[in-house]
Structures are given as C-alpha cells and as structure tokens.
Design a protein around this ligand. Structure first.
Ligand SMILES: [Zn+2]
Length: 437
C-alpha cells in the first residue's frame, strides 16, 4: 500500500490564491462573529472606527486594532472567569489552557468543542508533516496541567500512533518508559532533549543505541531552528529534530516543520499571519525579521484578532520542497530576550548559533548584559568539551564567529571547564541582565 504524503492534501496544497480566498471568506465571518458576540471586540472596533463589513481584502485587516497579552489580562480581570473577549456562553466552553506567564496572573484560553477539534486536526496534520505515522509509538512527556501542549497527544492518537501519556515526570522515570516501551517519537524542549540524553548516559544508557527515539518534536525555545543545536541533539539521540510552534492564547498547534525541515509551516486555514516591524507596526517584506502577529480565522470561544505574540520571525517566501503551500516561518526569538549592543539587535539564538558551530565547545552558554560608561555590553561564558582545551584560541575563534555573524563582539569571552555553568532542565536561562543594577 503506498502511503499518502499529506494528512489533508486538499487544504495543504491549495494554490496561494485559493488559500487566500479561503482565508478572506473565513476572516469576514470571524470578524463579524467577534463584533456581534464579544463585548470587548465590539468596543475595540467601535473605538477604532471600523466595521467587519468594511473588510474587502486581507490587507484591510490592518485597519483593525491589535490585541496583546496585557489586553487579554485586563479583560479577563474585568469579567471573571473568562473575560469579555469571550464570544460564547461559558456552557459552550469545554477546555481552558492557561499561559505560563512569567509576570502577572495566568491568562486563560477557552475552547468550544469545535475549537478543540480544529486544534487536534491541526495537530494531526503537523505531526503527519513531521513524518509521524500510525506505526509510531509516541511518548508525550509534556505537562498536562493547564498547558496548551498537553492535549496535543490527542492529535497523535487521531493520526493513529500508539500514544503513551507520560506527562511531566522525573527524567529517570521517563528514561525507564523509553527503555521498556521503546517509543519512536517524543516531544520536549531543545534544552530538555539535551539534558535527558546526557542523563541517559549517566545511567549507562546510550540514547542513540539503547533507545528507539527517531523523531524529537521540540518547541518553547529557538534551538530547534538553529542548525548547530539541532545537529548536536540529533547526534546524541540518532534522531531527527522537528521544530514546532504553539501559543496558549491561540492553539497548541500553530506551525511545525515538514520533512524538508526548512522553516515551520503555519496552519494558514485556521490562522492568519502578519509579520510587522515592532516599532512602526507596518508589514516587513518576506525574509525580513518582524514581530509575528496572529489572527484566528475560526476560534469561536475567543477570537484573537491581530494578537501580538512577542515572537520575532521571518516569513519564507519561496515554495517548500514538500509541496505544501502554507507559509513558512523561521523563529528567531522573543522580543523580550532581544538586546541591543552598538545599535545591533541581538537574540540569544544568534549567540547560540556561533557557540554550537565550534565543535570544541559543548554548547552551554550564558550571556551577561551590563553597562559600562553608559554603554550596553555583554560578556559571554561558554564551556569547553575537554578540561585541557586551549581556552585563549577558542575564545578568539568564537569572538571572530560572532563578529562575522552580527558585526559586533562580546566585551569578554570566558571559556570555562565542562560543567561550570548552572544547568536547568526545561527552559534554559541564557541571559543575565545587570544593566539596571
Ligand atoms: Zn514543507
């Protein structure tokens, strides 16, 4: 039996023109839905002086106001439990996720049964594009507690994979499951994939030989799109890395890598993408970095119109080798993590790229930002693989690598012995900011 290539060929390979017609039709209905059903959107559109009926083209969306995390939080507080962005009665809501928000109270993201099905349909599609098939065994090791990535396991079941609902459990227990049940796919953050592989080795298990993981879906950090980071984890596990993007405010399944693994395809029949200059809020040309602004096209419980994600991406304009027509994005990092030195915008992922390119370093790093004579500077600490490494030579080569990528150098580079920097399991803390101290 020849295996089908796409999960849903009719949607995934629509011509660009047809896809945009589908988007426009849905967007019109969705704006109307938001305006009629949600007190917040009625107020916001009225204040901006726009009506859903004025939307004639996709570009007309630019006349509608933005939303962001702050608005979401305020409107939730104003009308507990789910806030007045809500567009259905609470009895139609069947699921909520909560954002892990590092500041302020958690924001809740409500789904109707239909929204939830859309979410899992998108998840199954993205898993299929990443090469997961019914013969796979998938171990879902993400947090189930209010985390929007939790239910993604249902997308893997929908696709037909054998699913192991592990959840966020201690590494030793997860490794035990991997050894006993020999799953072929898992999902984690890049830092944790690295940590787990190293932990396996400490317990005498070689992840590449003793475990069967051949695909690792990663999300939550830019590492999955940094070639050198990907290679390092792939070698450790003898597995392929597929980067993935979800966001609690919208869906847990927004974009993922296909087998070509060059950028992440967005689920564009459910979500509309804008890439905007964060300062001017005008669209940037394809290939240029800007803030990702997303609009849902049919999330009925709570439409998200022009939601500023705070993630910096580039949109790739060339057609993908896989034949899918939905736009691809490359994720560069969070606006909040970006820092400016000598007028250059720098993401930790830029530094990581250079660090991982030097095979004598083990990939761990820490950036410290500080001020000197009113100028922002940064110091970089990295670890060598061997305690006997020639630290001066390595620091010079790294400094050169960073300069050629970014045009600026760290004020200081320290090449430390292995295991000098603190380790974290899930999301690695890479930047220490002392500029206001
Ligand atoms: Zn593709």
């Amino acid at each position: 039996m020849s295996e089908r290539r796409y999960w849903d060929k009719s949607i995934e390979t629509l011509s660009r023109n047809e896809l945009e017609m589908v988007q426009l039709r849905q967007l019109r209905q969705h704006l109307e839905w938001a305006y009629v059903k949600s007190p917040y959107y009625r107020e916001a559109f009225d204040k901006a002086g726009v009506l859903p009926s004025q939307l004639k083209t996709l570009e007309d969306l630019q006349r509608f106001p933005f939303t962001n995390k702050q608005v979401e939080r305020e409107r939730q507080a104003k009308a507990p439990l789910l806030g007045d962005m809500l567009a259905v009665p609470e009895e139609e809501v069947v699921y909520v996720s909560a954002s892990s928000g590092s500041t302020g109270m958690a924001t809740l993201s409500p789904f109707t049964a239909e929204d939830f099905d859309d979410f899992q349909e998108a998840q199954a599609r993205l898993f299929w594009a990443a090469g997961i098939r019914p013969r796979d065994r998938y171990v879902h090791a993400l947090n189930f507690t209010l985390f929007v990535g939790g239910p993604d396991v249902i997308g893997a079941q929908k696709l037909g994979a054998l699913c192991i609902w592990a959840g966020a459990i201690p590494s030793e227990r997860l490794l035990h499951i991997m050894k006993e049940l020999q799953p072929t796919v898992t999902w984690t953050t890049p830092s944790y994939a690295w940590y787990l592989g190293e932990t396996a080795k400490k317990h005498g298990l070689d992840p590449a030989k003793d475990l069967s993981i051949r695909r690792i879906i990663v999300a939550g950090e830019p590492g999955g799109s940094i070639p050198a980071t990907r290679r390092a984890i792939e070698e450790l596990w003898d597995a392929e890395i597929y980067d993935f993007y979800g966001i609690s405010d919208i869906y847990g399944a927004c974009a993922g890598m296909c087998e070509a693994r060059d950028g992440l395809h967005l689920v564009e029949d459910q979500i509309l993408l804008e890439v905007l200059d964060p300062q001017t809020q005008q669209p940037v040309p394809p290939g240029e970095a800007g803030e990702m602004v997303l609009t849902t096209l049919r999330k009925r419980a709570r439409p998200m119109i022009r939601f500023r994600t705070g993630d910096i991406v580039t949109r790739l304009s060339e057609p993908c080798a896989c034949g899918r027509t939905h736009s691809r994005i490359r994720i560069l990092g969070r606006i909040d993590d970006m820092f400016i030195v000598s007028g250059v915008n720098i993401f930790p992922s830029d530094i990581e790229y250079a660090v991982r390119n030097l095979s004598e370093l083990n990939g761990e790093y820490r950036i410290t930002l500080y001020r000197e004579n009113h100028l922002s500077k940064f110091r970089l600490e990295v670890e060598s693989r061997s305690p006997q490494a020639p630290v001066g030579v390595l620091a010079d080569r790294l400094s050169h690598g960073i300069k050629s990528r970014l045009g600026v150098r760290p004020a200081q580079i320290d090449v430390l012995p292995p295991n000098s920097l603190p380790r974290s399991t899930h999301k690695a803390k890479r930047v220490v900011d002392l500029r206001n101290e």
